[in-house]
Design a binder for this molecule. Structure first.
Ligand SMILES: [Zn+2]
Ligand SMILES: [Zn+2]
Length: 134
């Protein structure tokens, strides 16, 4: 029996290997350059860039912190995104990643001014990141 070693979640109830090809475009997963989401139901993988809607809710770059249901598994044939409980480290990673992509040029050799850039970013996007119930 072959054992595939990767850092994906384990699927104890399933004999099927998780597909690492995008359900929509059929190209392979690429964690570095083209990350994506996994459907909670069929476990199919979909690139962020292949989602039916243009980007994830909030439009953060490489924001993969969602519970996702693909078009085929969704009741109303629309993709479902549910914000996962955010951990601070993810917020910071996401923010830094977003800043480094969106605001190229304002950083000082890759370092961001904590108050100016990070806090104001989180401030502006608080509702998107944490939801309204906090
Ligand atoms: Zn794709
Ligand atoms: Zn699915």
């Amino acid at each position: 029996m072959e054992v595939e070693v990767n850092n994906a979640v384990e699927f104890p109830d399933s004999d099927q290997k998780p597909s690492t090809f995008c359900k929509y475009c059929l190209n392979p997963e690429n964690k570095q350059d083209n990350p994506g989401l996994r459907c909670e139901i069929c476990n199919g993988f979909v690139h962020l860039t292949c989602l039916r809607r243009p980007g994830t809710p909030g439009d953060f770059a490489c924001d993969v912190f969602f519970e996702f249901v693909c078009v085929e598994c969704s009741d109303n044939k629309e993709e479902v995104f549910e914000r996962k409980r955010f951990q601070w480290v993810n917020v910071l990673l996401l923010t830094l990643h977003h800043l480094s992509i969106q605001s190229y040029g304002i950083s000082n050799n890759g370092f961001f001014h904590y108050k100016t850039h990070i806090c104001s970013f989180i401030d502006r996007n608080w509702v998107l990141l944490f939801g309204t119930h906090l």
